[in-house]
Write a protein that binds this ligand. Structure first.
Ligand SMILES: Cc1cc2nc3c(=O)[nH]c(=O)nc-3n(C[C@H](O)[C@H](O)[C@H](O)COP(=O)(O)O)c2cc1C
Length: 300
């Protein structure tokens, strides 16, 4: 039998599958169907220094090849998360990746500073798709110099490994990955959603503008993983349109050490446990003893 466990930043994960940030609540929301201890690691919803209300409804929209969300980063804030939700993961002994963001550089730093090292915290995941209100709302992740500066500062204030989660809405994502690497990033999460909109032709209105995710994002995410994994020597978590185990294996082959699953859970709430099982089945069927025999093995 293949082992699909891995060591990630020195912590043992039982498998390479995580939920994507913002798609599985704060902690126990999926418990009536399956337990979070099933995951390699649980990724928190995006957390900020202070609670944030988010956007008016509609906040999600079903689209032919994926979905649009306009949650607007609503969250209870970093302190309430640690008071009310973190004990659940301690009880479940489930590794956690803390996704966080800020609307200013100082907010990123203050938020990262409040997250204390814990044996269950595998890494912090910086969401760099957030608008910088001091730079006219342009997201931090769009400019290599801005990415370099913010990553360097965050790395300087936390002893916890840091992943940069990058936006695909850039000229060349490899340049952004390189800037993060030069600033000392420990790993990358690729990719966040693409900006999108819907037009309601009956009402002649745009009912939602937001981030597009799901199957149509997969080839874009795969290319980002493939190219960045060749350009920077840090672990990569692949995310974008993973709907089944074959999709997950394709990300591992492209160079991801682990994967995250988001929109698939909206289609089938059991998608994650099915994907975990399917990766094990793939490895057994193909005579792979461990994930190292799959990760990054593809070429042109
Ligand atoms: C409803 C929803 C909420 C999300 N919230 C966050 C968030 O808070 N922080 C973040 O970094 N990404 C967030 N994302 C992006 C996902 O984590 C993921 O990068 C993206 O959806 C692509 O993966 P998928 O195609 O498997 O959904 C969210 C996505 C969805 C659909």
């Amino acid at each position: 039998m293949a082992t699909i466990s891995l060591t990630f930043f020195g912590k043992r994960l039982k498998n390479p599958v995580m939920n994507a940030s913002g798609t599985l609540g704060y902690s126990n929301e999926i418990e009536s169907l399956w337990g979070v201890e099933t995951l390699g690691a649980y990724v928190t919803k995006g957390l900020s220094l202070r609670p944030h209300h988010g956007n008016p409804t509609p906040r999600v929209w079903d689209e032919r090849s994926g979905m649009i969300n306009s949650i607007g980063l609503q969250n209870v804030g970093i302190e309430r998360f640690f008071d009310e939700h973190f004990p659940f993961f301690q009880k479940k002994r489930t590794p956690v990746i803390v996704n966080f963001f800020g609307f200013t550089e100082e907010e990123y730093l203050d938020c990262a500073r409040r997250i204390k090292p814990d044996r269950l915290i595998v890494a912090l995941e910086m969401n760099l798709s957030c608008p910088n209100i001091k730079a006219g709302g342009i997201s931090f992740g769009k400019d290599p110099q801005t990415v370099y500066e913010i990553v360097k500062k965050v790395k300087g204030i936390t002893p916890i490994p840091v992943l940069a989660k990058l936006t695909p809405e850039v000229k060349n994502i490899v340049d952004i990955a390189r800037a993060a690497y030069e600033a000392g990033i420990d790993g990358l999460t690729l990719i966040n959603t693409m900006p999108a909109a819907i037009v309601d032709i009956k009402r002649k209105r745009v009912p939602i503008k937001g981030g597009f995710s799901g199957p149509a994002l997969k080839p874009i995410a795969l290319r980002a993983v493939y190219e960045c994994s060749k350009a920077v020597p840090v672990p990569i978590i692949g995310v974008g349109g993973i709907m089944d185990a074959d999709d997950a294996v394709s990300f591992l082959m492209a160079g991801a050490s682990a994967v995250q699953v988001g929109s698939a859970t909206f289609v089938d709430p059991y998608a994650i446990p099915k994907i975990i099982e399917g990766i094990g089945r793939y490895a057994d069927k193909n005579g792979c003893r461990n994930l190292h025999e799959i990760i990054g093995i593809t070429h042109e």
